[in-house]
Design a protein around this ligand. Structure first.
Ligand code: WTA
Length: 713
């Protein structure tokens, strides 16, 4: 059977327009959790609404008992003395306990006799008429390259890689930067750091040299793991070159990268740019080939015992200043939380024939928690796919699912909207009968896309779990548990067991049903961030300084998302209320884009806002004022070609994901008397909203509004 079943399960309801989330306000469809036997999942970990409610209640009534039990699922070198020490906003979880993350993901499975089980199923991108270096000796790959990595191989590889890193001076407490394509060695590098007790900082492969530079410097990282290149849409992404550029720029600023470990993935470099392991290259760093340094290292490397609160990783995320924040996660709490949420949200269980595919890059938190840690801790094979969803055709994802008999598919709303646009016939051509559970993450999903996903990918039988969470939360905080919670398209439904979520006003008072407010978490949970690297003030003020318990004055965790709860207690997340936007599910600080723009010699001032976009959710609109002197001296016009140039400039500085969709020139930016840019007004102008929803009498320059509006025509 390769075609979707009929339109069962539809209760009519209001479909809503595409893209926006307003339609969720009137959404009234509801889907009951399927029977485990009928769906063919064996059993549910949590199998009824009643069971979920009990679990959630118990977890809040006795948090230490609940989390202690969860932590008991991990392997500890030494048990903890105390589940939680909480001195707001500082939490210490599983105090006194010691463990190792790589041991929990890999070694313990080998020791339990599962060494030959598959840990990673990897598929490379090249297939069809590909670039010449894709598969040696051939310009045409009929089948994609597939590798299956067992836990035993992973144990060996992470040991060798850890030894290679150690020989470069990496030790417990250091931060290793990883900038790699989606290949098994990326997971190996991540786990090898954990094996050594070093922290990793993975940078998404789509970021540009300047963004790498900033993150390496902030982390104080001396070792970078990268690859010569990676494949994306049939092209080579020059990763090593980007690292070299970053390393050179860093050395100019007094930060020396000491070692760069390079995986040969594409082999595309010209002989003139090839290097020998051990040679000094760009930025004064010593460059090493992975196959030599890792291949030649010993495969014996015991997992280093680390404290529960030792840092496992740093992951940079965008904030409302121009500088990205290094979110700190520690070992014990993060692992407990990633493991539990993966198990409950996706009903993961070993030896049940499950194959889990999360399409996120490991460079984002979703990839950390649900490509690597959470899935491996549950001993379920995780799929890694290297490339783009539209190479060589728009049905690549569906062929991956069919080829590997994927049971769990987890992707982003922006991807789902793209698939809708590409047509129902593409998934219908492939055998998606292995699928059991579908997930979505990263931004609010419009009900129309949700329902399409359920019908055309899940054939109306797989539950859809809309998982709401953040880099800072470590794992899902609101999501339906697939066997227990009825779903409503567009709602992330109910809190994870252990999570005390609420929608409150600025005074911390809970909002009545149906009324919008701020999404907060009222007490600590193990997966919570422990800090912003090197910036205590930002940690405290961004997350803990905004809303308090009105009775006790204890701070609540502030998400910066707006949300409401309906009469059934379901959460509907509406999106960010700070100056960050979600573009295709990727978080971007508007200030980051603005500073990239003003680094162009022709730009005097820039203001960046999000505007609604059918596929991407939000797109970037940049308002720019130019320097008249520059225009004159360069003989330039403020026209289309300059707009293109500025958009490319941003892509070069930050990465392609930050390329503005629209650049608009203005003579001056609208500002309040105190000099603050009127962003709400600019958002309305960008969205083409007719009415100005803000009192404009505080504008510095009235004429600017009309001029910006003229620009719309
Ligand atoms: C948004 C990604 C609605 C939200 C895991 C949050 C969502 C930000 C959802 C964090 C969802 C994530 N429904 N909005 N299911 N999931 N978001 O740090 O605005 O990249 O604050 O983590 O994504 O993005 P981040």
């Amino acid at each position: 059977m390769t075609t979707p079943s009929g339109a069962a399960g539809e209760a009519g309801g209001v479909g809503g327009g595409s893209g926006g989330i307003d339609s969720t306000l009137v959404e009234n469809r509801r889907f009951e959790p399927p029977d485990a036997g009928a769906l063919g999942v064996g059993r549910w970990h949590v199998g009824s609404a009643e069971e979920y409610r009990r679990l959630h209640e118990e977890s809040l009534a006795d948090p230490e008992g609940f989390w202690g039990k969860e932590a008991g699922r991990l392997a500890w070198f030494r048990g903890w003395e105390k589940v939680l020490e909480w001195e707001a906003p500082d939490a210490r979880w599983f105090v006194g306990g010691t463990l190792n993350a790589c041991y929990n993901c890999v070694d313990r499975h080998v020791q339990a006799g599962h060494g030959e089980d598959v840990a990673i199923i990897w598929e490379g991108e090249p297939v069809g008429p590909v670039t010449s270096h894709a598969s040696p000796g051939s310009k045409y790959a009929a089948e994609p390259e597939v590798r299956r990595v067992t836990y035993r191989e992973l144990q060996e590889q992470t040991s060798r890689c850890a030894n290679a890193l150690r020989s470069m001076g990496v030790k417990k407490g250091d931060v290793v930067t990883i900038y790699m394509p989606m290949v098994p060695e990326l997971a190996v590098a991540v786990l090898a750091c954990a094996r050594l007790g070093a922290a990793h900082s993975v940078i998404f492969g789509g970021f540009a040299p300047h963004a790498i530079k900033e993150r390496v410097a902030d982390a104080g990282s001396r070792v970078i793991v990268t690859a010569d290149g990676g494949y994306r849409r049939g092209e080579v992404v020059p990763l090593q070159k980007n690292v070299e550029e970053a390393a050179s720029a860093l050395s100019g600023e007094g930060h020396r990268v000491e070692h760069v470990l390079v995986l040969k993935r594409t082999g595309h470099e010209l002989p003139s740019r090839r290097f020998n392991t051990g040679s000094v290259g760009a930025g004064g760093a010593v460059y090493h080939w992975w196959h030599e340094a890792v291949g030649g290292a010993s495969d014996a490397c015991p997992c280093v015992e680390v404290g529960s609160e030792d840092m496992l990783f740093l992951l940079y995320t965008s904030g409302s200043t121009g500088k990205p924040k290094g979110i700190v996660h520690t070992t014990g709490g993060y692992l407990v939380y990633a493991g539990m949420t993966a198990r409950l949200t996706f009903n993961l269980m070993p030896d049940a024939g499950q194959v889990f595919w999360c399409t996120a890059d490991v460079g984002w938190i979703t990839g950390h928690s649900y490509v690597v840690y959470g899935v491996m801790m549950n001993r379920v094979p995780t799929v890694m796919y290297e490339g783009a969803p539209n190479f060589p055709g728009n049905d690549r994802f569906w062929s991956v699912i069919a080829r590997h008999r994927v049971t769990h598919f987890y992707t982003a709303p922006t991807a789902i909207r793209t698939f809708m646009k590409w047509g129902d016939d593409l998934p219908a051509k492939h055998d998606l009968s292995s699928l059991r559970i579908l997930g979505t993450v990263g931004e609010p999903i419009n009900p129309e896309a949700w329902v399409w996903y359920r019908r055309h990918i899940g054939w109306d039988r797989c539950p859809v779990v809309d998982t709401y969470w953040q880099t800072e939360t470590g794992g899902h905080v609101c999501t339906p548990l697939p066997g227990a919670v009825a779903t409503k398209p567009g709602s992330c439904t109910v809190p994870m067991p252990g999570i005390d979520a609420a929608v409150v006003n600025e005074r911390g008072e809970e909002m009545p049903a149906g009324r919008g407010g701020l999404f907060v978490i009222r007490r600590p949970w193990p997966g919570m961030l422990r800090g912003v690297h090197g910036n205590r003030e930002r940690f405290v003020s961004n997350y803990w300084g905004r809303v308090k318990d009105p009775a006790t004055g204890e701070p609540y965790y502030f998400s910066a998302d707006g949300a409401r709860r309906d009469a059934d207690g379901y959460f509907w997340v509406q999106g960010r209320i700070d100056d960050v936007i979600k573009v295709s599910g990727h978080l971007l600080g508007t200030m980051e884009v603005e500073s990239a723009l003003v680094s162009h010699p022709g730009v005097a001032e820039a203001a960046v806002v999000g505007m609604p976009h059918e596929i991407k959710g939000s797109a970037i609109c940049a308002f720019v004022t130019l320097k008249p002197a520059w225009l004159r001296s360069e003989g330039r016009e403020p026209g289309e070609s300059l707009k293109k140039e500025l958009a490319s400039h941003v892509a070069r500085e930050v990465g392609a994901l930050a390329r503005p969709d629209q650049v608009r020139f203005a003579e001056a930016l609208p500002k309040t008397r105190s000099g603050k840019i009127m962003r709400r007004l600019l958002r309305d102008v960008a969205a083409g909203v007719e009415k100005i929803t803000q009192d404009t009498t505080t504008l510095e320059d009235f004429s600017v509004v009309s001029r910006l509006r003229e620009d719309e025509d």
